[in-house]
Design a protein around this ligand. Sequence first.
Ligand SMILES: [Zn+2]
Length: 664
Amino acid sequence: MKKEANFHNKAITNTSQSPYVKLKSINFGDCIWNSGFWAEKVKSAEEHMLPYMGDLLCGDIGHALNNFKIAAGEKEGEHKGFYWHDGDFYKFMEAKTYIYALTKDKDILKELDDYIALISRAQEEDGYIHTYIQITEDADRFENRKYHEMYNFGHLFIAASIHYRMTGHRNFLDIALKQADLLYTYFMPDTKHYQRFGFNQTQIMGLVELYRTVKDRKYLKLAEKFINRRGTFEIKHDSTTEGYPIGDMVQERTPLRESEEAVGHAVLALYYYAGAADVYAETGEKALIDALDKLWENVTGKKMYVTGAVGQAHYGASTNLDMIEEGFIDAYMMPNMTAYNETCANLCNAMFSSRMMGIKDESRYADIIELVLYNSGLSGISLGGTEYFYSNPLRMVNNSRNYDSHADVTESPVRQPYLECFCCPPNLVRTICKSSGWAYNLSKNGVAVVLFGSNDLDTTMLDGSTLKLSQDTDYPWKGLVKITVNECKDSEFEIKVRIPKWAVGSTLKINDEDAPVEVVPGTFAVVNRKWKAGDTIALDMPMNVMRLEGHNRIEETRNQIAVKRGPILYCLETPDLPENTSILNAYIKGNAEFKAVHKPGFLNGVTVVETELLLREDRNDEMYQAISKPEFKSYETQLVPYFAWSNRGQAEMTVFIPVVWNSK
Ligand SMILES: [Zn+2]
């Protein structure tokens, strides 16, 4: 029997009714990681990451819950944390909600209900909720965009939509709708003061998600309005903009539909683009998707690191010479040591790509999701789950960064147990918690296998029929992925299997025979047939260790290589060098042999790459000096996954290693 029509209304990003999305999201919970890499990460999120984070945010260090108590008049004290701290607490709640959805643990539901009740008591009569503005005397609502009201609201809208979808309870959703209705009254009319407002615009994604939740089109209209207005005002400071750079920094110099280059703060940019993709998913406006195509190509083709990270510089300038913080600079300008690469920005890159994949039905977008998840996303948290990186550079050299633990916690040489700017940790943990929701998508008459990892899928196809699959694999350490059909309809449908772009030479077998389709890296291999229970698909991806080089316009990687195996980037870390040897003295032979070795007891179980390095013995500590052929000493060692670096004490690290091609 067919189930109700709107059977995918519990998706993370609910595209079930979005007319311009070709690959729809599955309900969260339809796919469960059952063992292996992501199952272990989700378990760690449940048992270590979230309890620790809860202690921080609900205690006096994180102070996020205290802020709500003070705003509700239930506690004395001052607001602590940055302006956007509420938003980071909502992300923590969103992560908890995913764990509730997976475990149905009533204690989690009760904990969330307690937070929601407090937030409700802190919310003003007219719907406004922003603890900094409410508690402090120095700012009024919607007077200065630097207070990140839109960011906090956006995360409220998203977390509340997720809570409603996973629990069926309206308590959080009602708070969000009240705030959204208030936003509508301020920002829908063309009042000059409010027209340029908006910083870190997660409210666009959030409003679209509210529209998808309650079907009231005014939220979609408001989301669209925020896009339409941007870039229509003279770029000079006014009373609403003081306190942060303007222009390209906040993507307001060029209207989105005319944009061809990703500019400004990388998190702001990518939340904005992801929100615009959500609007396109509902409206189908060509000018919007044409611009998003160009922006995605620009980000991933000209400004992205080999780890999937984005936002090259802490401070810099756009090509229009607007000052930029934590953001994009020129194409191909990719410093390793000073790379900023905020964890949030990297995750936003995946969020933007996940939306584009749904819209376009192309697997290359999912390659970016995977690249981020295994590398520049996961590098943001320690293996123990309780220490965080904000910035994710590709090279770390002792004393190379202008790091002062009191002044700026964002560029730390080791992961920190708390970041005063706490946006990244809950963003990463919610992403880990929801990762199974990204594993599959549904096509008109089929299913797309997007991410690999042992899991069980029990979902409803878009025609209402039941589909059950299981995936069995040791990915990312091994390249064999075995998919078994456990239950399906009698008629033909397609199973689309993502062939990663790096997976050259992959084979695809159906019931042990070559699949009758071309297997092209960077595309979906689409097998359309009558499936039956017990059918198997075996995708075998060669897990050769690859040498990667950068585009020849990237000066910072010239004559250096990065080592990658499958989706995992590797790095060299000083614990794997002789004592007192700097990472800067390490070179690699062009013809070095690589041996992948799985070490179950090392760094929570990783595959390392064993190889021979060349260590330079002579000194080069002057600014410039004469040189003849340097002296090298051979050294057998290992490279470790980039995401797992900095788990053996403070260390130097590099992804790119200078190569000596002619060495014997
Ligand atoms: Zn962040």
